[in-house]
Ligand binder design. Structure first.
Ligand code: NCD
Ligand code: ZN
Length: 347
């Protein structure tokens, strides 16, 4: 059995830079036409000039004859200016602006401390420029339980933001809760959407502790209860246009995951398509897979669909236990497990 899909895009991807970029980029370029590239480098990509330079670095790291198109993002800070948004739009290579509440996740220390107090002029310029805001939707208050941070963020920040700026395009990135699904479904279609990762579709928080601590299943927002996972699966397999593929593939070297204070982030680029297919198949909704992987994202971003195709063949294959890259070892999601759908790259 084979499924032919219009080539998917990845609307949330961490490619890193330097050696790790060289190691990981080809995995995404093999399966995806385009990717929204996250700007949380050190230092972060806060200017259009930095985004242009980072894009060049990515293009240089691509294997020959690759058509992969990296869509760049700016990292929003308290000091981002409306002028920068205009420059970003003019550049033709920046497609969105990413909001990290300061301290929420990996390399978010330069993020926003006061969205309504510091960023309103920038957000208004983004409305003018039709530039989407991509949101890491968690509060950072250490008093708030880590499993509640997404819900509290929706109530404290996201709902008021959408009410205040109803014409702002917002993507709630990597949704993890029933609350987020309900929120996105309650908003105007075409203005508020969400990306969904393979891990939040396939794993619940038990996966963090199965047989002992499992650092390779640790990402942010952290995995939640089973009822949340089920709500996310129901949302994406319903055929709603509000949800689209965003892997949040976030490579960290093995030692940075398996240590006393391990980094958040799951490396799923090599397995993501197989895993999304598994989710849709198990839900009896394979007919809805292509819209999720290949149509809903471009439609939201106002971009054309890809014109090439990828085939998923029903053929068991074993996920490598690890990837031994020149930059170091990276453990993929579902390492060592057997998956049913094998992506075949059409030449
Ligand atoms: C991401 C990373 O490592 O850059 N980590 C993660 O757990 N998802 C950052 C992010 O998207 O939160
Ligand atoms: Zn991410």
């Amino acid at each position: 059995m084979e499924l032919s899909l219009v080539r998917p895009d990845d609307w949330h991807l961490h490619l890193r830079d330097g050696d790790i970029l060289q190691s990981v980029v080809s995995q995404s370029a093999k399966h995806f036409g385009r990717a929204i590239v996250m700007p949380n480098l050190r230092p972060p990509i806060t200017t259009t000039a930095a985004a242009v330079a980072y894009r060049e670095e990515i293009l240089k790291a691509l294997p020959p004859k690759s058509y992969f198109d990296p869509l760049m993002t700016l990292y929003l800070t308290d000091n981002t200016s409306p002028k920068e948004i205009k420059a970003a739009r003019r550049s033709g290579v920046v497609y969105a602006v990413k909001l990290y509440p300061a301290g929420a996740t990996t390399n978010s220390q330069d993020g926003v401390t006061d969205l309504f107090g510091r960023c309103l002029p920038v957000l208004e310029e983004m409305v003018e420029q039709n530039m989407p805001l991509l949101v890491h939707g968690e509060v950072t208050d250490p008093e708030v339980d880590v499993f509640d941070r997404e819900k509290v963020f929706i109530d404290s920040t996201l709902r008021p933001l959408v009410q205040q700026l109803p014409r702002l395009k917002v993507v709630m990135e990597h949704v993890t809760t029933l609350d987020a699904v309900k929120f996105v479904e309650s908003c105007a279609e075409g203005f508020v959407a969400a990306t969904v990762t393979p891990q939040h579709l396939l794993l619940n928080r038990n996966a963090l502790f199965k047989g002992g601590l499992q650092p390779h299943n640790y990402c942010l927002p952290v995995l939640k209860r089973e009822i949340h996972r089920q709500a996310i699966v129901a949302a994406v397999t319903s055929g709603s246009k509000r949800f689209f593929l965003g892997t949040d593939s976030a490579p960290h070297e093995r030692q940075k995951k398996e240590c006393p204070c391990g980094c958040a982030g799951i490396y799923n680029a090599p397995v993501a398509l197989a895993l999304y297919a598994k989710v849709f198949e198990e839900a009896g909704a394979l007919d809805k897979l292509e819209a999720f992987t290949s149509f809903n994202g471009p439609e939201f971003y106002g971009l054309p669909r890809n014109t090439s195709f990828i085939t998923l063949r029903k053929k068991p294959w074993k996920v490598p236990d690890s990837y031994e890259f020149a930059s170091g070892t990276i453990i993929p999601m579902f390492a060592g497990e057997t998956l049913d759908w094998l992506p075949i790259v059409d030449s």
